[in-house]
Design a protein around this ligand. Structure first.
Ligand code: PLP
Length: 469
């Protein structure tokens, strides 16, 4: 290895010891080609690679970096926690503080358990639903991604979509058969599925604002329909807010849509969002959300922002269901590093800083960036549509996407995805790092300021020309 290795040197070395050279598949640039940037540091809205190149970052660690990278107050909180000890395997008061902070923001979360990854959170939610209902089947929607547990990989989004895979090898057929996959945004398919097998279904798990097949906003009333149908058959509704939770608003997408009345059509016409509210009020004691909320799931899963960049995620919801978890009940779940003090400190500091100003800034910057890129694509005659769910957005390419929008995974897959790789690389060459897949959302942070937007605007014309070819 040379004394100042290039990204290519580091990738070659990595591939000799790590499968594919990466610890999570999409990082390998498989669908866009080329060599991934090996990151040496990040601050605010910028990341720096091993060759000393600085990029405006729209990956945001795939979601956690709501405040930008290495926010000084979060770093200080983690350093202070580290000085007190890295892990105790015993309860700490900070875990209760974090659970209370979540409940203040998302009051249907009467109980919360901390875990280390989103995968664990959804896996536990499904186990809880099965334990509660005594039923085995789980419904998921094609293109939604809920982590990499066996039962949830069928027709999954994110890296499974990027790799063009139907699911994963190594999942027993008998396990896959417990998951029923339905098209997203299709109330009739949901109703028919429940009419046929409703009494066997433990839960519907959904991304209330899917962002792992690109951003596909829920049709107005779709989340409420899931709630209605599941309740009618005694099944649970699991809202997987690992990605959207605490990112699109203080109470995640549930707060934005169910309480604040966010609607996809309105967002599309204005590119603006309602100001997200705090459904439980500033102290969490306001119960009027119960009358105001259009829908509320039984269980939520959280990840990414809740850990502020550290490995922390959570499952929460109705006490009656959550209290089935061991040690109170028969549903087993555990973790050596669950509620880790460094991760908990990062999460607490992040949520404490994620105030109205942060959400307003992120939504404004996301709309601004989406509009700039869309305008340059229009100048080059590239058919596309920018799809938003709150501050989450991505670009769908092709005439069908432009004309009708993308409402489900079949349409997301049918887009002109080939336009993305040259578009991506033109941005990268100009110092703007997009997520390396057309099926991922672009992540904006509160640290994205005018300078970052200008860099994106300067890079956009060449990227649009590349996408036009
Ligand atoms: N659920 C959703 C909606 C996600 O976006 C992800 C990851 O991207 C997960 C679950 C899995 O989380 P993790 O990667 O922390 O296991």
């Amino acid at each position: 290895m040379p004394s100042t290795p290039t990204n290519a040197d580091l990738f070659a070395a990595a591939r000799s010891v790590i499968p594919g050279g990466v610890d999570s598949p999409v990082r390998a640039f498989g669908s866009v080609g080329g060599v991934p940037a090996f990151i040496t540091g990040a601050r605010g809205a910028r990341v720096v690679d091993a060759e000393g190149r600085e990029y405006v970052d729209l990956v945001g660690s795939w979601g956690p970096a709501l405040l930008g990278h290495a926010h000084p107050e979060v770093v200080v909180a983690v350093q202070a926690a580290a000085a007190r000890g890295l892990s105790f395997g015993a309860p700490t008061a900070a875990e209760t503080e974090l659970a209370e902070a979540v409940r203040r923001r998302v009051p249907p979360v009467e109980r919360l358990r901390l875990v280390s990854t989103g995968t664990e959170a959804t896996m536990t939610a499904v186990r809880l639903a099965r334990g509660f209902t005594g039923r085995d089947l789980v419904v998921k929607f094609a293109g939604c991604y809920h982590g990499h547990s066996d039962g949830l990989l069928s027709a999954a989004g994110s890296g499974v979509a990027t790799g063009g895979l139907p699911g994963s090898a190594g999942v027993p057929q008998a396990v896959a058969a417990q998951t029923l996959v339905l098209p997203y945004n299709d109330v009739s398919a949901l109703e028919e599925c429940f009419a046929a097998r409703g009494k066997e279904i433990a839960a519907v798990i959904t991304e209330p604002a899917p962002a792992n097949m690109g951003v596909v906003p829920p049709a107005p009333g779709f989340n409420a329909a899931i709630r209605r149908v599941t309740a009618a058959y005694g099944a649970l509704m699991i809202a997987d807010e690992v990605l959207s939770g605490f990112r699109v608003g203080p109470a995640g997408f549930w707060g934005l849509e169910a309480v604040d009345g966010w609607a996809a059509e309105a967002a599309e016409s204005k590119h603006a969002q309602p100001t997200p509210s705090w459904p439980g009020g500033p102290d969490g004691h306001d119960t009027s959300w119960r009358e105001r909320a259009a829908w509320a799931p039984d269980l939520f899963t959280f990840g990414k922002v809740i850990g502020g960049g550290m490995p922390l995620a959570a499952v929460g919801g109705r006490a009656e269901v959550m209290d089935l978890l061991a040690p109170l009940g028969p549903v087993y779940q555990a973790g050596t590093l669950s509620g880790n003090p460094l991760a908990t400190a990062a999460g607490l500091a992040t949520l404490a800083l994620a105030d109205d100003a942060v959400y307003t800034t992120v939504a404004r910057r996301a709309a601004q960036i989406g509009q700039i890129v869309s305008a340059t694509l229009n100048e080059q005659g590239v058919p596309h549509r920018v799809q938003y769910s709150g501050s989450l957005f991505s670009i769908m390419f092709g005439p069908a996407a432009a004309a009708e929008g993308v409402r489900d995974y079949a349409a997301a897959r049918a887009q002109e995805a080939w336009r993305f790789a040259p578009f991506f690389h033109a941005f990268l060459d100009a110092g703007v790092a997009l997520p390396p897949s057309v099926f991922e959302a672009w992540f904006v942070s509160a640290a994205h300021g005018d300078a970052e937007v200008e860099r994106i605007a300067a890079a956009a014309p060449a990227a649009a020309r590349a996408a036009a070819k």
